[in-house]
Design a binder for this molecule. Structure first.
Ligand code: ATP
Ligand code: MG
Length: 563
């Protein structure tokens, strides 16, 4: 397995052309005037981060070379497809920041594809086969053993035309007949052993309704759809390289516009499943809250989780275009979102695991407003006022009764700075019967406001806080990896992907937030100082905000790996 986190990040600095850009520049040098690409999803699920890579590539190349990119729905399988998916795909492509030149559906080409099937039959290059799916499979042979020709292979053109029309007219049941290309049952490439072009499926299609009961197979529909749209560079993932001879065969035999297919390595991510079919299973089994559960690798989930389109595009860019399969470190995706949110997210204070601190020398009933910087990375973001009072919450983690050396946060008798506010010293630790710390009594230095101590003494630790009286309570969802296994493409024998679900992938806590966060809008992302980036979830109600943790400030998994 190849971990590309750091490498990909640095390789990207030098702007050499990737191999697809080289190919396109060659075609331009040879006189190609108009570059046309397409993104061709099958609307059988929500798009995932792998598709985002493909979207950035197809739309990005078209943009770079002054060409166009179409969105084409590869909707040739009525049983698995749905308008819900068609709509979500459009939303996701737009959200990523791209707009298509044309929007097309393979189903719009059903008439043309049918006509072309008749052309192949007339040329003696296609025949109707009555064998069952099972017989066809058995007679296909193996890589080393040639296949057996179907007894129906030498039907006359007239008979084939008649039978194919009757297939179309609904005279046969599902599976009773198929249309196959007549190529070579002994071909070393199994895909060319008389591939199936059409099968009978009596099912309603989400666009063509009941007009058709025969549907074209992927290989037959895809290249011809590219050709109809004059796609110059049909980019797909590596596993389709064995399909390319077939792609070319149809174009050659039909004598149509010659689109060309080029393959790149699909994106794989550590700890992540990347298959719509398997993701659908997670949704159906309720292993997750839905397609946009923030733990899912889908684009809608990343959006809900607080990822920005910029961060996803940055990721696609850093991953680069490879010719060989590899697995990208999930940390690279997190690195990108941190980079982006660091620039754009306003800072706020929130305490997720509180201890109450009583500042005993702070006047009772007094409240003051502390001026805080909204984003040190962005001067224009300005400042805000945060209430401060006699009782505050600090993070349980920021106090230790018996601290090791070099512990600079709060401990008995020691001082710490409250971010933007005062120095406090811990005088007394209050515990409950079980010995758990429930409250700290501290004193503050009234002359230490805004950053300076009265006598210049140095205090290293700075911790965040919220006023206990003013804090708003919110539900905070802390997400972790959905799976515990690094390489989800190589599962142990006998195990399914469900066996690797991380039981701790979601932890829900009550957070105490500075009051301004009570008015935050769904989708807004903030940095909770020292904790991470958090965004307002759509489950929020006027009574209770819900925040999702987008990402921690540091890669906790990398830290664990080096422990
Ligand atoms: P899935 O198995 O997840 O459904 P798919 O390849 O069948 O994936 P399609 O809807 O057919 O999904 O894919 C649309 C386009 O996105 C195709 O060109 C495909 O090659 C590309 N694509 C899909 N998955 C990835 C991935 N992991 N990395 C890069 N490109 C991908
Ligand atoms: Mg597919």
């Amino acid at each position: 397995m190849n971990h590309l986190c750091e490498n990909a990040a640095s390789a990207n600095e030098e702007k050499s052309l990737n191999f697809l850009e080289e190919i396109i520049e060659e075609s331009i040098a040879k006189g190609e005037k108009h570059i046309q690409t397409r993104f061709p999803p099958e609307p059988n699920g929500y798009l995932h981060i792998g598709h985002a890579k493909s979207i950035c590539l197809n739309f990005g190349l078209a943009k770079k070379y002054g060409g166009k990119c179409n969105l084409r729905f590869d909707d040739t399988n009525p049983v698995k497809e749905d308008v819900e998916y068609v709509d979500s795909i459009q939303e996701d492509v737009h959200w990523l920041g791209f707009d298509w030149a044309g929007i097309h559906y393979a189903s719009d080409y059903f008439d043309q594809l049918y006509e072309w099937a008749l052309v192949l039959i007339r040329k003696g290059l296609a025949y109707v086969d009555d064998q069952s799916q099972e017989e066809i499979r058995l007679n296909r042979g193996t890589v080393t053993v040639p296949g057996k020709e179907s007894p129906y292979r030498n039907r006359s053109v007239e008979e084939n035309l008649d039978l194919f029309q009757r297939m179309k007219n609904g005279e046969f049941a599902d599976g009773e007949k198929v249309l196959r290309a007549k190529i070579d049952m002994a071909h070393p490439n199994m895909l060319l052993r008389d591939p199936i072009l059409y099968r009978i499926v009596h099912a309603e299609h989400h666009r063509t309704g009941n007009k058709w009961c025969i549907y074209p197979m992927y290989d037959y529909a895809h290249g011809q759809s590219d050709s109809i749209e004059h796609v110059t560079h049909s980019i797909c993932t590596l596993e389709f390289d064995v399909h390319r001879p077939l792609y070319d065969w149809f174009i050659e035999k039909l004598e149509i516009y010659p689109s060309h297919q080029y393959e790149f390595a699909r994106l794989n991510l550590t700890y992540t499943l990347m298959s719509k079919r398997k993701l659908l299973q997670l949704v159906q089994q309720k292993s997750v809250m839905g397609w946009d559960d923030p733990r899912m690798p889908t684009i809608c989930a990343l959006r809900r989780r607080g990822y920005t389109p910029e961060s996803v595009r940055m990721f696609a860019d850093k991953v680069g275009v490879a010719k060989r399969d590899n697995v990208i470190d999930y940390g690279l995706l997190e690195f990108c979102v941190r980079e982006d949110l660091n620039k754009r997210a306003q800072r706020r204070m929130a305490v997720l695991d509180p201890i109450r601190v009583v500042i005993t020398n702070y006047p009772e009933g007094k409240k003051e407003m502390i001026s805080c910087v909204n984003n040190p990375e962005d001067e224009l973001a300005g400042r805000r006022e945060v209430p401060f009072g006699r009782e505050i919450f600090i993070e349980r983690d920021d106090f230790m009764e018996e601290p090791p050396k070099k512990y600079f946060r709060l401990s008995p008798g020691k001082e710490v700075r409250l971010r933007y506010a005062y120095l406090i010293r811990c005088d007394e630790v209050i515990k409950d019967e079980s010995g758990r710390v429930v409250e700290l009594h501290c004193t503050y230095d009234p002359l230490s406001g805004g950053g300076s101590s009265s006598d210049g003494r140095k205090v290293k630790g700075v911790i965040h806080w919220v006023s206990a009286e003013d804090a708003v309570e919110a539900e905070v969802r802390l997400f972790d990896r959905l799976f515990v296994k690094e390489d989800m493409n190589n599962l142990e024998e006998g195990k399914t992907f469900e066996d690797y679900l991380n039981p701790d992938s979601l932890r829900v806590v009550t957070g105490y937030l500075e009051p301004a966060l009570g008015n935050a809008k769904v989708g807004e992302v903030f940095q909770f100082e020292r904790l991470g980036y958090f965004c307002v979830d759509r489950d929020s109600t006027p009574e209770k905000q819900v925040f999702n943790r987008t990402v921690t400030l540091k890669d906790s998994w990398a830290k664990m790996a080096t422990k």
